[in-house]
Design a protein around this ligand. Structure first.
Ligand SMILES: Nc1nc2c(ncn2[C@@H]2O[C@H](COP(=O)(O)OP(=O)(O)OP(=O)(O)O)[C@@H](O)[C@H]2O)c(=O)[nH]1
Length: 404
């Protein structure tokens, strides 16, 4: 049985030799569910070796950490994190070089590219379909752009696009335009977060999205769960139809301007080596500044010193979930063992608190950064504070996602 599987594995490898590696690009606005889709695809990869390229807007690549922590990310998979946010200029070249390196190495069977939520959707497609590496190699000789997937956050579309609920709100103008561009440029459209919509809203929104994008394969999803064959190796990308049509509809200077302005969107990282007082932090969540579009990262609360809490907010949806344990809460011999395999642990290890920290990335439009930082600092534990653990709101709710 074992020999049989090895035989078929080798036959498949030999047959695949010389074939170009298929690339799926995953686009979608901030918090739409792109990383959720990648994690789902890793779960269903059936022995395929996956190369993943992520690029996050903020200085701390939360998506990279999420994927690395996934039990489905195996040794045979490879993860490359691009730096500096949107795909444009230098970063576009970095994407081309890294994709070439992965595809030419012969060590991956497919490549997934997660583009940052605020980049024009054709940027990554142009890089993959037409790119030339710094050394002058044509990317198209080793890989082929297979599918452009756009993940749409149905809940956000509901609140931003429905008449009378934000459609005429100036604050939404730029992000609306970007979401529409992302919808218009794709082969497969995942209409995600349908669990947050009623059947009636879903029907209305499907018609709305269909008018913008009649050509793509349309799939309604919850937590981006789709059959793998719908987004990988579909052969749906048609360069002539998609890129050339897009080239005609807008000139490049327009895209550049959008990239440089980044839609007025800014980001910063809040990092502290002190835990939150969970009651004060919970009260702050009730006054969430609307300028924050997206927040993600990890949190340390004093009442549960062993637990890592993951925070993920996008628009009006907020999840705070216990997602594992701080390494510092493990036994000494376990910590020593982890140190031998995770070289970069030393860089984040604090002599007193180990890996415990609060590290939150905030992305938003016209955020009052100083006030947010000041208010969050007020939520930190004070030196002489005493706390009743029974009042911890995260302990009470932690078996479920914490929704605000
Ligand atoms: N209720 C609900 N939540 C979802 C669904 N899909 C994803 N989420 C949640 O939405 C949040 C954002 O998901 P991500 O996959 O991180 O979104 P993303 O597009 O990668 O975000 P960025 O990389 O910041 O642009 C997470 O808390 C997910 O668990 C869904 O179908 N329904």
């Amino acid at each position: 049985m074992m020999l049989n599987s090895i035989y078929y594995y080798l036959v498949e490898r030999v047959m695949n030799m010389g074939q170009r590696v298929p690339v799926t690009i995953i686009s979608g606005y901030l918090g739409a569910g792109k990383t959720t889709l990648i994690l789902h695809l890793l779960k269903c990869k059936e022995g395929k070796r996956v190369g993943i390229i992520v690029n996050d807007l903020a200085a701390v690549n939360v998506d990279e950490k999420m994927i690395q922590r996934s039990p489905d990310f195996s040794k045979a998979d490879q993860l490359v994190a691009l730096t500096h946010g949107s795909i444009g200029g230098q970063l576009q070249q970095q994407l081309i070089d890294q994709t070439y390196r992965l595809a030419a190495s012969g060590t991956v069977d497919l490549i997934l590219v997660e583009s940052s939520g605020i980049v024009q959707p054709d940027m990554a497609a142009k890089a993959i379909a037409r790119g030339t590496t710094t050394d002058g190699e044509k990317l198209a000789t080793v890989c082929r752009l297979d599918t452009n997937v756009t993940v749409v956050d149905g809940f956000r579309v509901l609140h931003q696009f429905l008449p009378g609920d934000g459609a005429y709100n100036q604050d939404f103008t730029q992000s609306n335009q970007l979401i529409i561009n992302q919808i218009e440029f794709c082969d497969v459209l995942l209409f995600n977060k349908t669990d947050l919509l009623t059947a009636e809203q879903q029907t209305y929104l499907e018609k709305f999205v269909r008018q913008l994008q009649p050509r793509a394969v349309f799939l309604e999803t919850k937590f981006a769960i789709v059959p793998v064959s719908k987004v990988i190796n579909t052969h749906l990308f048609d360069e002539k139809h998609e890129l050339e049509a897009y080239d005609r509809s807008d000139d490049l200077s327009h895209f550049k301007e959008h990239h440089d302005l980044k839609f007025g969107i800014d980001s910063f990282v809040y990092r502290r080596r002190r835990p939150f007082n969970p009651m004060r932090f919970d009260a702050w969540l009730d006054q969430w500044p609307p300028a924050i579009t997206r927040c993600k990262g990890v949190m340390w609360v004093i009442t549960q010193p062993e637990r890592v809490f993951t925070i993920s907010q996008s628009g009006r949806a907020m999840d705070i979930i216990p997602s594992g344990y701080w390494i510092a809460s493990m036994k000494d011999w376990e910590i020593k063992k982890i140190f031998t395999v995770r070289q970069n642990l030393r860089q984040i290890w604090d002599p007193r608190f180990g890996d415990r920290m609060i590290e939150l990335v905030f992305i938003g439009q016209n955020m009052n950064r100083n006030k947010i930082i000041h208010d969050l600092d007020q939520c930190l534990m004070r030196e002489d504070e005493v706390i009743d653990v029974r009042q911890d709101p995260f302990r009470l709710r932690h078996s479920n996602a914490h929704s605000k």
